[in-house]
Design a binder for this molecule. Structure first.
Ligand code: MRU
Length: 317
């Protein structure tokens, strides 16, 4: 599997190379050479997942800086940052590269590539820390884990956050089974998480989203581990719609509900979940035949979160 997102410096103009996530499980890569095409790719979820969006935002600034200047460059940065609202990493990535623009386009690119490399290191650290935590919480035995959406290599540059924890546990021989919610309406679980688990040789099943809480209630899951798009200052967690029911079920069953995310997903400027903008997507992603409402994320209140695991800490909000 190539990296989810990277910079192609082989031509003078440069470009952002993406695994096209709309095509998965078919593996197709695409190279994007202008900033508005990248904004469109972000909106269409060609690139998706909070950490990958952060790197996309930063590389997008580097791309824009090659051809645009002054107010036009500033406006392009703003369009990138606003392409999707819920994952804070996108705006964080844009601002990181924008802050380097005074050093010229190459400085912006260096900042973006540093963010890419930091994301890889953070995911490995999260994986190991999360594996330690789950072993401490559940015992030193192979675990039955439940995840939602895709917080894997394909949501980051590589390795993943929640699936990084699964990968680290698998490397220690401590994964018995993974339940992956299919994740309606765009099927990130069925198309992407299942692909990653199969590639690792990890035993798994995809279930319809509505089945998740009842599997937990039946005692078939030892712990839930998910990623996050934004963690508010009080520990409320925004993640793909359908995460909150898993947290409720986990609390009721008395099993851990662990959130794996880089520090860049923790947003001190957002006091709580009520202040997180929930992306509303097109109704036709849900159905072409009836009026539909398509909120793409939900907020899990901090009191249902056992721990947020980042590359630096285990935070129990
Ligand atoms: O709409 P998506 O596919 O971008 O939503 C992705 C998620 O909700 C992920 O769980 C989250 O971004 C964490 S990715 C490590």
């Amino acid at each position: 599997m190539p990296r989810t997102i990277d910079w192609d410096g082989s031509t003078g103009a440069g470009g952002v190379v993406l695994v096209d996530q709309t095509a998965l499980p078919e593996l197709r890569t695409t190279t994007i050479g202008d900033v508005d095409a990248l904004v469109d790719a972000i909106r269409r979820l060609v690139v998706r997942g909070a950490p990958a969006l952060g790197v996309a935002g930063a590389l997008g600034v580097a791309l824009a800086a090659r051809t645009l200047h002054g107010a036009a460059l500033d406006a392009a940065c703003d369009r990138l940052a606003a392409a999707r609202p819920t994952a804070v990493n996108l705006a964080v990535g844009v601002e990181r590269a924008r802050a380097a623009l005074s050093g010229g386009p190459e400085a912006a690119l260096a900042a973006a590539l540093a963010l890419r490399d930091e994301d890889i290191a953070a995911c490995h650290a999260i994986g190991d820390r999360g594996a330690d935590l789950l072993t401490a919480l559940c015992g030193d035995r192979p675990l039955r884990l439940h995840t939602h959406c895709n917080a894997g290599a394909l949501a980051c540059v590589e390795w993943g956050t929640a699936l990084g924890v699964v990968r680290s546990l698998h490397g220690r021989g401590r994964v018995a089974h993974v339940v992956a919610d299919e994740t309606r309406p765009l099927l990130q679980g069925a198309r992407i998480t299942a692909l990653e688990l199969a590639a690792e040789g990890i035993d798994h099943h995809v279930v319809v989203d509505g089945a998740g809480p009842s599997l937990i209630a039946r005692g078939l899951v030892d712990a839930v581990v998910v990623g996050a798009d934004r963690v508010a200052a009080n520990g409320d967690v925004a993640n793909k719609i359908g995460t909150y029911p898993l947290a409720l079920a986990a609390a009721r069953a008395g099993i851990p509900f662990v959130v794996a995310a880089p520090e860049s997903t923790v947003d001190p400027a957002t006091p709580d979940g009520a202040h997180i903008e929930i992306e509303e997507r097109a109704a036709d992603e849900v159905t072409a035949h009836a009026p539909a409402w398509n909120p793409a994320f939900d907020v899990t209140p901090a009191d249902l979160v056992t721990a947020v695991v980042t590359e630096r800490r285990v935070w129990r909000p």
